[in-house]
Ligand binder design. Structure first.
Ligand SMILES: [Zn+2]
Length: 331
């Protein structure tokens, strides 16, 4: 195995040509799922996910449904072809191994999954026995990403049943990258003060939601309002879900809210945030809900239903966002 990193343009071109030669190739023979779709595994899966649709567990309800019997949730697709806790030596393919050692050998040793798109064509009935065939769809040229310099590898997995009918496809993309070459690493190396934290990620501003962020910049919490029927809505969108009108204006919220729900994130840790990071779903007294951070409270002390009041946090010159602080309730 070669362990030299391609550095000159010629070396990079030669390396890319080696990678590109794998496009269109298939990972070994088709892999067959260890078990057919079965009621017991479906029940465990929907219990873990919290999906209470009776077509997955109740034979009578399932028989009366359009499916005519128990089916597995489409998104459980992957569960039926998992390789197992101790995969057999045959579970990885030569093609996959070759691509990985090529990339690892050139220094692209880290990996992160970046995209997954599934498309479903047939229901997963009890008894369906899935097999998969994985084809290399594309391998990108070298890209500079926030995580590091690397190559995107896109595979297309075809899921077929025991009749060889296509049940689903999954396009799966990973980034194989060189650790320590990302934006934060580069910044840490060049800054005299390595503790400098990268700026908070920018929100995805669109024509529909720009008013919200512009309002926040002026310390105003704005809610989109349908100018035809008056319904308030959040997150912002182009049309009113009640009357379909495209006309809208905004109202300024009082900022009084309650904690509708919240999560406390521990991992993965993004350098722009402090952890544990509490994120709330706040219900405004006007009725709409929004996702924001907490201020002035330890994650352990947060409770659903807690009254809170908006504040505006100026993260940097371009970014001010609403956050919510618990208010003292006087009995
Ligand atoms: Zn409306």
């Amino acid at each position: 195995m070669t362990t030299t990193t391609p550095t000159t343009e010629d070396e990079k071109a030669a390396f890319l040509a080696k990678l590109k030669a794998y496009e269109g190739r298939t990972y070994g023979p088709p892999m067959r799922g260890p078990d057919p779709v079965n009621q017991a595994m479906i029940r465990h899966w929907v219990e873990a996910i919290g999906d209470e649709n009776p077509v997955y567990v109740d034979p009578d309800a399932a028989a009366r449904s359009v499916h005519g019997g128990i089916v597995a949730p489409p998104v459980s697709l992957q569960a039926w072809v998992m390789r197992g806790f101790r995969p057999a030596a045959s579970a990885t393919s030569d093609v996959q191994d070759e691509i990985m050692s090529l990339l690892n050998g050139a220094g692209f040793t880290s990996v992160v999954a970046t995209n997954c798109e599934q498309e479903y064509f047939k229901e997963l009935h009890v008894g369906t026995h899935l097999s998969t065939t994985t084809t290399v769809e594309s391998i990108s040229e070298e890209k500079a990403t926030g995580l590091g310099v690397g190559h995107f590898l896109t595979t297309l997995v075809r899921y077929t049943d025991e009749h060889d009918d296509l049940v689903a496809t999954m396009r799966f993309r990973i980034l194989k990258f060189k650790p320590g070459t990302g934006r934060s690493a580069t910044q840490a190396k060049t800054d005299a003060e390595p503790a400098t934290r990268p700026p908070r990620p920018r929100p995805a501003v669109t024509q529909d939601n720009a008013f919200f962020f512009e309002g926040a910049q002026q310390h105003k919490l704005l809610i989109q309002r349908c100018s035809s029927c008056g319904r308030l809505r959040h997150p912002p969108g182009p049309a009113c879900p009640s009357c379909r009108s495209y006309d809208w204006d905004t109202v300024e919220a009082s900022g009084k809210a309650t904690v509708y729900s919240f999560v406390v994130n521990h991992y993965p840790q993004v350098p722009s945030f402090d952890y544990p990071l509490a994120v709330g779903l706040f219900e405004l007294e006007e009725g709409t809900r929004l996702v924001a951070n907490f201020v002035g409270v330890e994650p352990d002390a947060i409770e659903v239903g807690m009254p809170v009041q908006v504040e505006f946090v100026e993260h940097d010159a371009e970014l001010t966002l609403p956050a919510f602080r618990p208010v003292q309730v006087t009995a």
